[in-house]
Design a protein around this ligand. Sequence first.
Ligand code: NDP
Length: 479
Amino acid sequence: MITIENYINGELVAPFEGKYIDNYNPSKGEVYSQIPNSQKEDVDLAAKAASDAFPGWSKTPKNKRSEILVRLADLIDKNLDELARAEALDNGKPYKLATRVDIPRASANIRFFATAILHDASQSHHMEEGFTNYTLNHPLGVVGAISPWNLPLYLFTWKIAPAIASGCTVIAKPSEVTPMTAYLFSKLCIEAGLPKGVLNIVHGLGAHAGDAIVSHPKVKAISFTGGTATGRIIGRKAAESFKKTSLELGGKNPNIIFADCDFDAMLNTTLHSSFANQGQICLCGSRIFIQKPIYEKFKKAFLAKLANHTVGNPFDEGTKMGALVSKDHLEKVLGYVKLAQEEGGKVLFGGNQLTVEGSENGYYMEPTVIEGLDFNCRTNQEEIFGPVVTLTPFETEEEVLEYANSTEYGLAATVWTENLTTAQRMSQELESGIVWINCWLVRDLRTPFGGVKNSGLGREGGFRALEFFTEPKNVCIKY
Ligand code: NDP
């Protein structure tokens, strides 16, 4: 049994009260590690360490900060296999996916912001009356980073890298459900020589450790990725003490397929955008809208592909889909399949829990395709966050725009068409932070990332992320 510890003031430490929570391996349904059940006292210690470290770290020259962070990125690359195995075990995702996507992206996040700070510039404004203004960008101070379980190290580093690079010090809480890679990462921080207190990782429940970070008077900003309901609680609480917030929340993304699309390319990518990471990516296209002339052709080809979409143990060579992250989550997703049927939906494929040989207690589920639902029903409006997609036919652009924009969410949309004018018009009209045309989840880390409506507040990515962690100060000089 592995015992995870907090990382505070440069050291691995037991939680203040000495209490731990069970951590499950979802592919076996077994407890395999213990994580600190941290409380306010642990967050207080982390806040003190972060606050003590801030003057030194914020004044450390950028090239030195950059050097340490690049060293950390190199260590992630060096330990790719161990980290990918840990991610697959902790989350249930295919080991291959963690090797190809999660862990390389974690090191890319750190490298990106470590080098971005070397190219930063500040503005100046000249006045004809004889004054010149220039802007200083000061790091905010101690900031909080709270991340979810679906892409654990990937999203954890996406938050802490710009914070640390810009000179802030951090208290971070990974999801209680997937703490392992953040724990291994804390060991890499020690190996990389990250000065003590610059990053502090406090493990535990959102309602205790998470809440204590959001409420802490020393914390100046909260960068949060997670569900919309949690985001609302955090936003409200942070507002009481005027903390800056960046909120990346849920999605119910449309995947819009026009009859003139490149069918084969669309089909292959749609398989990924529907079921990658067991459908547990905030960007997955869970509502598939297909133009009527190709509706039946699409349905047939999509279902045929699914016949080979193997669900299995994350470490098996042929596994395309692993286990869902937890028993509770599996039950929630299965509950939505039941709801879809009550709402008049027809399950075309899957819909059930699966037993995988050798991993009988794991939280596996079949990829699931449902048709025959109204665009306005709960199944088509609420975020399911699992391997469940709905198929809905449409005729015109106007009609599909009404369907696509009908939810409270607005994170990402995908459009498949060879017609540039249609693509342009759709991009203008879709209520979405991100629009992918003839592709999905292609990420350039310089671009603005985030959602509209209830999918979030603010944007991450590029210099925007660095800006979030700094406070501009205008200096005006008379000459
Ligand atoms: P949750 O909102 O349940 O949790 C996210 C994090 O917040 C966890 O670390 C959680 O801790 C913590 N937390 C929970 N309650 C509080 C609280 N009151 N105060 C402070 N922190 C708290 O999300 P999930 O982990 O279930 O992740 C799935 C969600 O994340 C989906 O809705 C998905 O769409 C969204 N997401 C959004 C992305 C985006 O970029 N927009 C990207 C990826 C996911 P604990 O685990 O202990 O509860």
